[in-house]
Design a protein around this ligand. Structure first.
Ligand code: NAP
Length: 283
């Protein structure tokens, strides 16, 4: 397992496992158990996914030492604001059955996220979470938070895959010492990623799939990725990316695939923001 060192010295595994859209508790528990048995140690959930309890059950049954794992969850829009976030943190921790979190993230840059950040800074100072960060913060919002935070976010989890690479945002994060974490690293399979001609032809040189090429590309650029699958053979495939190295030519060919548009989530669209505000956290 490769690790990155966050801006506060905490080590974060670079190959993580996400559980978005796995609401069924049995499926989620089994998927996390499989992921841990494959070798993943970073599990990425969120209160709004409705599966923290199932994640927690799989963690506690795994027998793996707590300090070997890196558990992330997130506060939803309805959990923003100082008091709300303190409450939401306790509730998430209790559903996960954990004593502390490794990473707590603001899920969306909406609502009173400054109040939420103050709460998270306190939780961090109290040692209840090892690192705090954000998701989906565009460069302007990230810069603003940077100037108003006592604790600089350790991570910004954003949509990153070959079709949406966000090079300028990544440059800014790097300059501020904020780790990029790629959500939707496989573009949720959209736009034919798994059969993409460029990725497949690169993969053929190394006996690897398009998915493995994408995950290796992230590793080589220092980007943490959290692919999701409920199939153990795919989890294994996605994890097995340490035995080949993409050439500079391969990296350039993948860089050229960027389209500069958001394929999955366009936070500049008022309709999309409206839709997100309508999503209830059902825990
Ligand atoms: P993703 O990981 O890019 O893609 C997941 C999809 O790809 C699933 O349909 C999965 O199907 C399929 N898949 C996975 N590996 C495959 C393989 N090797 N071959 C063929 N198909 C494969 O999408 P994501 O789940 O949206 O993103 C990953 C994680 O990022 C999430 O689970 C979540 O933890 C996090 N996330 C965060 C945010 C945020 O706002 N912070 C937003 C979205 C996601 P099966 O499951 O059927 O195998």
């Amino acid at each position: 397992m490769n690790y990155v060192t966050l801006n506060n010295g905490v080590k974060m595994p670079m190959q993580g496992f996400g559980v978005f859209q796995v609401p069924d508790a049995d499926t989620c528990e089994r998927a996390v158990a499989d992921a841990l048995s494959v070798g993943y140690r970073l599990i990425d959930t969120a209160s709004v996914y409705g599966n923290e309890q199932a994640v927690g059950t799989a963690i506690s049954k795994s027998g793996i030492a707590r300090e070997e794992m890196f558990i992330t969850t997130k506060a939803w829009i309805s959990e923003m604001g100082y008091d709300n976030t303190l409450r939401a943190f306790d509730a998430s921790l209790s559903r996960l059955g954990l004593e502390y979190l490794d990473l707590y993230l603001i899920h969306m840059p909406f609502g009173d996220y400054y109040g939420a950040w103050r709460a998270m800074e306190e939780l961090y100072a109290a040692g209840r979470v090892r690192a705090i960060g954000v998701c989906n913060f565009e460069p302007d919002r990230l810069m603003d938070l940077y100037h108003n935070a006592k604790v600089v976010p350790a991570v910004n989890q954003v949509e990153v895959h070959p079709y949406t690479q966000q090079p300028e945002a990544m440059k800014l994060m790097q300059s501020l010492g904020i780790q990029t974490e790629a959500w939707g690293p496989l573009a949720e399979g959209r736009d034919g990623l798994f059969t993409d001609a460029v990725l497949s032809s690169i993969g053929r040189k190394y006996g690897k799939s398009a998915a493995q090429v994408v995950l290796r590309w992230n590793l080589q650029r220092g980007v943490v990725a959290i692919p999701k699958s409920i199939h153990k053979e795919r989890m294994t495939e996605n994890f097995n990316v340490m035995d080949f190295t993409l050439s500079e030519e391969d990296m350039t060919a993948i860089a050229a695939m960027n389209t500069d548009k958001r394929l999955i989530l366009d936070l500049h669209s008022p309709a999309e923001v409206e839709r997100l505000y309508g999503i209830e956290c059902k825990n």
